[in-house]
Write a protein that binds this ligand. Sequence first.
Ligand SMILES: C[C@](O)(CO)[C@H](O)COP(=O)(O)OP(=O)(O)OC[C@H]1O[C@@H](n2ccc(N)nc2=O)[C@H](O)[C@@H]1O
Ligand SMILES: Nc1ncnc2c1ncn2[C@@H]1O[C@H](COP(=O)(O)OP(=O)(O)OP(=O)(O)O)[C@@H](O)[C@H]1O
Length: 271
Amino acid sequence: MVIFPNAKINIGLFVTEKRSDGFHNLETVFYPIDLRDILEITEVKGEQGRCVFTSTGILIDCPPEKNLVSKAYAILAAEYDLPSVDVHLHKIIPYGAGLGGGSSDAAFMLVGLNQLFSLGLNEEQLMGYAARVGSDCPFFVLNHPVFAFGKGELMETIDLSLKDYHMVLVKPNRGVSTPEAYRGITPRAASFDLRELGKLPVEQWTGVIVNDFEDSVVPKVPEIEEIKNKLRDLGAIYVSMTGSGSAVYGLFHHPVEAEKAFPEYFVWQSE
Ligand SMILES: C[C@](O)(CO)[C@H](O)COP(=O)(O)OP(=O)(O)OC[C@H]1O[C@@H](n2ccc(N)nc2=O)[C@H](O)[C@@H]1O
Ligand SMILES: Nc1ncnc2c1ncn2[C@@H]1O[C@H](COP(=O)(O)OP(=O)(O)OP(=O)(O)O)[C@@H](O)[C@H]1O
């Protein structure tokens, strides 16, 4: 089975409260984008409960058994008699980027195993297992635009489409670790109800739809501000960092020559 886990961007991100469990409550919109990894799951016949993980592409800085894909397998294998699998991930989505790539790999692994081995799990059950992998993970089971709150695991579907816009994503060479980014945050109340995002024209998002991580992350990765300025110079009508960074996206009315503008960085553009 070959599947293609996609990335997400956050549109607006308010970190509203530090919780007693050490996590933070947030309000954000998750929007899926068509930047994808490649994940191949192969059943090893006659064996049970073992997942051998290999990867190519972007080098992942953790051992195979710590990979979120292995974690997803282990969570299901603890409750179901799963045949052993060989899993190969071709990593294309940058990490330390705020793009949720690892969470997506894990969510697709859960969904893939459910299908491959006919486990009969419904969406709600899959999201429950995904929440044990990480806060961003349940979103990728749904994978359509949502308003997310709580740790990011509670979601309401929203009506929002960016198909009329061209998106450019740029990731500086330096990444940002999620726990480190949360350590720099001073929680505050949300200044806009992101459930209503679809009703606000993109042309009016600047200054209203903000990412609370930018204040603390940009001073550590000044390239982010340079990229934002350059995207604006290229004609972007809205620019923002996604998640806890360090990737930045811009929305345009027309395609632009982004690879030429950012030869030193990872660049992806929508079709
Ligand atoms: C920044 C976002 O990408 C926004 O969508 C997410 O909040 C991050 O979600 P994630 O990468 O799935 O994060 P997890 O793997 O669940 O948590 C990593 C670490 O980030 C911090 N963390 C994460 C989510 C959250 N709501 N509050 C937190 O404080 C915690 O220190 C946690 O130990
Ligand atoms: N399949 C995977 N893909 C990417 N990173 C993984 C994977 N599995 C485990 N990891 C670990 O997770 C770390 C990335 O987590 P981090 O939350 O900082 O990145 P992110 O992709 O930007 O996520 P988010 O959008 O949730 O902030 C990597 O440094 C790596 O050690």
